[in-house]
Write a protein that binds this ligand. Structure first.
Ligand code: S3P
Length: 182
């Protein structure tokens, strides 16, 4: 488990592979909690003024990861916020083990096939899946990343559970943590 996973919770960090439902669940959860919702990728695009694909093409993945780290650190200092984290941010060593206090990290689990199916038509923001065999690419990336995603405090099955059910489950945890701490 990560270091920030004790309540009362002031922010939720949704992690998981591209297409695991982080943005959809994040919006629904933010509505339930009356918190703000912020998507890491959208914050980066706003900051740089280029799309994710353009950043990869023009500056390379290394530069994108640097931007992601800076924007991520800024967003993690906010309270009453639901954060949808880019699939690669949480896949770096120590990221989920070193979260600020009051952060509930949630891993939304999905299969490579479902991830690719859900990403079809929106590969613009997912240059890493724009390959001749995206299921194979997703399988390889997921295998390498799982060890890091496992550091999340809560694992939820985004394959069989719907957006509203997932959001309600997480909201119940947050509300429970508030009740426990009085
Ligand atoms: C990436 C995931 C994308 C985006 C970029 C790289 C990754 O975000 O940050 O294309 O390395 O998994 P989503 O997970 O929100 O799709």
């Amino acid at each position: 488990m990560g270091s920030g996973d004790r309540g009362p919770f002031r922010r939720v960090l949704l992690v998981g592979f591209m297409g695991s439902g982080k943005s959809s669940v994040g919006r629904a959860l933010a509505d339930l909690l009356q918190w703000e919702f912020v998507d890491f990728d959208e914050a980066i695009v706003e900051e740089v003024g280029l799309s994710i694909s353009e950043i990869f093409r023009v500056h390379g993945e290394g530069r994108f990861r640097d931007l992601e780290a800076v924007v991520g650190a800024q967003l993690l200092s906010r309270n009453e916020v639901v954060l949808a984290v880019g699939g690669g941010w949480a896949a770096q060593s120590g990221r989920l083990k070193d979260l600020p206090a009051g952060t509930l990290s949630v891993w939304l689990q999905v299969s490579p096939e479902t991830a690719v199916r859900r990403n079809r038509g929106s590969l613009v923001g997912r240059p890493l899946l724009d390959t001749p065999d995206p299921v194979r690419t997703a399988t390889r990336l997921m295998r390498a990343r799982e060890v890091h995603y496992r550091a999340a405090a809560l694992f939820l099955d985004s394959e069989s559970e719907g957006i509203e059910a997932l959001a309600k489950g997480i909201a119940a945890r947050i509300k429970g943590s508030e009740a426990e701490s009085g």
